[in-house]
Write a protein that binds this ligand. Structure first.
Ligand code: ATP
Length: 133
């Protein structure tokens, strides 16, 4: 299958630089799959499961949490706030983060600001758990 160049970066550095058959991720408006020949395109990323497919067919799963993706003249750049490969995710930590967030969300009298922060924390934990299920 045809491939295209993909770079995946985070504030911590370049996590991937190579050819892929496909990149799939969650944007703020829904799931997106990029294949060779995709038109020029820019979008903001949401929180969700993501994966890439390498030229030999290997699939690498990841948690993708926010950022931007661009496809320009056949090259894709994904600059994520957080991109964690499945094998790097600590499932126990995510379970604990989920429990903590849920417990705090169940407390009475939390502010709107804390509600938003805790909801985002819970969502991140759920994404990590779904990637490592
Ligand atoms: P926690 O409460 O466990 O810190 P969090 O959702 O608040 O979870 P983040 O602020 O999203 O954590 O991430 C802080 C840093 O820790 C980032 O570098 C992120 O990649 C890493 N990280 C967070 N949770 C995990 C996890 N379960 N496994 C691996 N790395 C994680």
């Amino acid at each position: 299958m045809a491939t295209f160049p993909l770079q995946i970066g985070t504030p911590d550095g370049l996590l991937f630089d190579g050819e892929v058959e496909r990149v799939v991720c969650r944007t703020i408006t829904g799931d997106l799959a990029i294949l060779t020949g995709h038109c020029n395109y820019v979008t903001a990323l949401g929180m969700g499961e993501a994966h890439i497919v390498l030229p030999d067919g290997t699939r690498r799963n990841a948690a993708c949490i926010g950022g931007m993706l661009s496809m320009m003249n056949g090259s894709c750049r994904l600059l994520a706030t957080t991109w964690e490969w499945q094998e790097d995710i600590d499932r126990e930590r995510a379970e604990a983060a989920k429990e903590r967030a849920q417990a705090k969300l169940n407390e009475t009298g939390i502010s709107e600001k804390d509600y938003k922060i805790l909801s985002a924390k819970l969502q991140r934990a759920l994404v990590r758990l779904s990637v490592t299920r």
